[in-house]
Design a protein around this ligand. Structure first.
Ligand code: IVH
Length: 705
């Protein structure tokens, strides 16, 4: 490292330049260390960089905004580091009607001493219902992202924000100042919100009440990999610390952001007076329902930045801006009844059936009640008059019960403990943390019509029974025609089809000829014997993925002992439950799910029928003596010799562990054409790199290849 000049001898400009370089370096090393598990410099050298940045900040306090020096050791797995904002992040005052909006413009004129005719422009733009975030760019590179927090100090969410596609890692275009803090709103769109909740429900995770909560929850994930799977978006509308201001107006600033590649809201307008602002308000309000994201009002800002400066702030809001909020979209109506819907993974979701009512211009007849606890907490009953709200234009919600209108004979709602679709027990298990799940689920996985199609698809899928010719489309096709309702039906299809009295011959269906029917039957026939681990996985028992299925198959060796133990494990304090928990890697939550599955008589019946058709064979062997046993392998690039899935399965069969990213723990990288950063990194770390052919040769060397 070159000798450093004492900070006190540096000019502010030199100090800032050096500080910016240090910040960039530190953030790159932070990412290498915390996110990629692959430090590129020694701890000592890293500490020296931080000490130098700290020394510069001590001498030039204006540099301290990046808060890197307070960030020491802040592994994302701990909790978020605090970030002191270079410029506080303030909030907005609210107005609720046209008259109050007019008072705002009049107040501004008065403050500035402008006559009625003096020109005074304002901007109007949607108020995005998300959470605000400060993006700090140094020399065009995103070095830090922070939440608003209390306005003075927020949380460092750089790793998570780096996963948001819409937020540029480097500013585009020209003219951005060396230090550039763009501020704006992180939010989630309606469609993405609905999809996320559906997925959460499916995976047994928690669902979110509205897109704002979903965005906040996603941004504040300790694991950035989780944030990456959540489609967050961003609009820039303000700024914090800037080493230079590139425009003279609010709209000019936003245009500059846009030219640097930051997303800005297309509905922003410049208006000359209060009537203009109100017209804009109406326009945005009219488009609210079709925007695809939540907004809760329109923000008016004085356009001229010099005037903004003169206007300044009162307490914690600017005098030059105000939020004109939309009236709450609520209405009262009668709740006719509570209906339980069963999702395709067995989740029981309560839905309020309502007397139709118009809420914010939309007729509402159903509202979500979220879950059992929510109904109990609000004591919602059939016959109640309830206040319904269109929360963020998504699914209407029941906000509260108007108790004064409750009929005298009303009874508390009792949530069913059997599935309305199939009559199987519906239970609330424990979530990953061992807490009672908010969602009650049907345990009749194998027979429940609400779940049937998805279960069948899973049953036939590649990694389960792997029945060729029975893909998702074909299963839907046979299910709709009543030919396959349960897994066992698959294996009786041929006999039923051959029955002379059968009215529906598959070969007469569109898309099926003699040959394809013969092939289908042959591929079904071929799967009458499958490895036990596949069979267990195919049953689609909650929490039994491929790995757990292997563990169970290895432990029990056959279906019958597994079944007996799981049956005997019904009581949480039983010996059998303890036995299940004791299986390496299984644990309490999985044991409970197994016990639940086998406690449901419907499943037992379906399983018996299936075992009458299929005979599970010993588990697929994992070759401990293979040349790659115990090795960690990463596949990258466009693989041409095998699919990624196949590569993974085969490697695992040979006892290797397949990882998604390269770290110092990686033993082998298999790189197909077009391999990029992973290959580079593997080379840097000196990891053995193989082509696909070399990999195939390697695994062919030993037994089991
Ligand atoms: S301007 C100094 N513009 O509303 C004020 N804020 O209630 C800077 N918000 O914390 C904020 N959309 O999270 C501004 N177009 C917009 C906005 C907006 C949403 C949020 C922001 C702020 C809150 C204030």
């Amino acid at each position: 490292m070159t000798a450093r000049r004492p900070p006190a001898s540096l000019s502010p400009t030199d100090a800032r330049a050096e500080h910016a370089r240090l910040v960039l370096k530190i953030s790159a090393h932070d990412i290498a260390y915390h996110q990629r598990d692959a430090p590129e410099i020694s701890d000592g050298d890293y500490d020296a960089l931080r000490r130098r940045a700290g020394a510069l900040e001590a001498e030039f306090p204006a540099l301290a905004g990046s808060a890197f020096s307070k960030n020491v050791g802040a592994a994302p797995s701990e909790k978020f580091a605090k970030v002191r904002h270079a410029v506080p992040m303030l909030s907005l005052g609210n107005v609720f009607d046209d008259a109050e909006a007019g008072e705002f413009t009049a107040r501004v004129r008065r403050f500035l001493g402008l006559g009625e005719d003096a020109p005074l422009d304002f901007t109007a733009e949607p108020k995005i219902d998300g959470l605000s975030c400060n993006l700090r760019y140094i020399d065009g590179a995103l070095v830090q992202a922070a939440t608003r927090g209390d306005g003075f100090e927020g949380e460092d969410v750089t790793a998570n924000v780096s996963t948001i596609d819409e937020i540029p890692r480097r500013l585009a275009g020209r003219g951005w100042p060396a230090v550039c803090e763009a501020r704006g709103e992180i939010y989630m769109g309606h469609a993405d919100f609905a999809a996320l909740n559906a997925r959460q429900l499916e995976e047994g995770g928690k669902t979110f009440a509205n897109p704002r909560n979903a965005a906040a929850g996603s941004l504040r994930q300790l694991d950035a990999a989780v944030t990456r799977r959540r489609p967050l978006r961003f609009f820039a509308y303000a700024w914090g610390g800037m080493s230079a201001i590139p425009a003279r107006t609010q709209h000019g600033m936003v245009e500059a952001f846009k030219s640097w590649g930051l997303p800005v809201n297309p509905l922003m307008r410049v208006c000359a007076d209060a009537p203009g602002l109100l017209a804009c308000f109406r326009e945005i309000e009219a488009r609210r329902a079709s925007l695809g994201y939540d907004i809760d009002g329109v923000v008016y800002k004085v356009d001229d930045l010099a005037l903004q400066e003169r206007l300044g702030f009162v307490s914690r809001s600017p005098r030059w801006a105000v939020a004109h909020k939309f009236p709450a979209e609520r209405a009262a109506t009668v709740l006719r009844g509570i209906e339980i819907q069963v999702g395709r993974t067995g989740a029981l979701t309560p839905v309020a059936r309502l007397e139709p009512v118009t809420v914010g211009g939309v007729v509402v007849t159903n509202a979500t009640l979220h879950n059992e606890d929510e109904i109990a907490r609000k004591d919602i009953r059939a016959g109640d008059t309830v206040v319904v709200q269109r929360a963020g234009d998504v699914i209407p919600q029941v906000v509260e019960v108007m108790l004064e209108k409750r009929p005298a004979d009303s009874r508390p709602y009792v949530f069913p403990n059997v599935c309305p679709a199939c009559g199987s027990a519906a239970l609330r298990g424990a979530d990953e943390k061992g807490e009672t799940d908010a969602v009650r689920r049907c345990t009749g996985g194998l027979i429940c019509p609400a779940q049937a199609v998805e279960r069948l698809k899973h049953f036939c899928s590649r990694n389960a029974m792997d029945i060729e010719g029975l893909g998702d489309k074909q299963i839907e096709f046979f299910f709709e025609r009543g030919l396959i309702k349960t897994p066992a039906d698959i294996f009786t299809l041929e006999t039923r089809d051959a029955d002379p009295s059968s009215l529906t011959k598959i070969r007469n269906f569109d898309g099926y000829g003699e040959t394809s029917v013969r092939n289908l039957f042959a591929s079904i026939e071929a799967r009458r014997g499958v490895p036990l681990n596949r069979f267990i996985f195919a049953l689609g028992i909650r929490r039994i993925g491929e790995t757990n299925a292997r563990r169970l198959a290895r432990h029990f060796g056959a279906m019958e002992p597994l079944r007996e133990t799981a049956r005997a494990a019904k009581e949480a304090d039983s010996e059998a439950r303890a036995d299940l928990v004791a299986i390496s890697g299984v644990g309490g939550v999985v044991a409970e799910a197994l016990a639940e599955f086998f406690a449901e008589a419907h499943n037992e019946t379906a399983l018996d029928a299936l075992l009458g058709q299929v005979t599970p064979e010993p588990m697929e062997a994992v070759k401990a003596d293979s040349p790659v046993a115990g090795k960690t392998v990463v596949f990258t690039g466009a693989l041409e010799r095998f699919s990624r899935e196949e590569a993974k399965a085969r490697a695992e069969r040979l006892g290797a562990k397949v990882a998604g990213s390269v770290s110092k723990k990686t033993d082998i990288l298999v790189a197909g054409p077009g391999a990029g950063s992973k290959l580079e990194k593997a080379r840097e770390l000196g990891i053995e790199t193989l082509t696909e052919d070399e990999w195939l040769a390697r695994i062919a060397e030993g037994p089991g290849g």
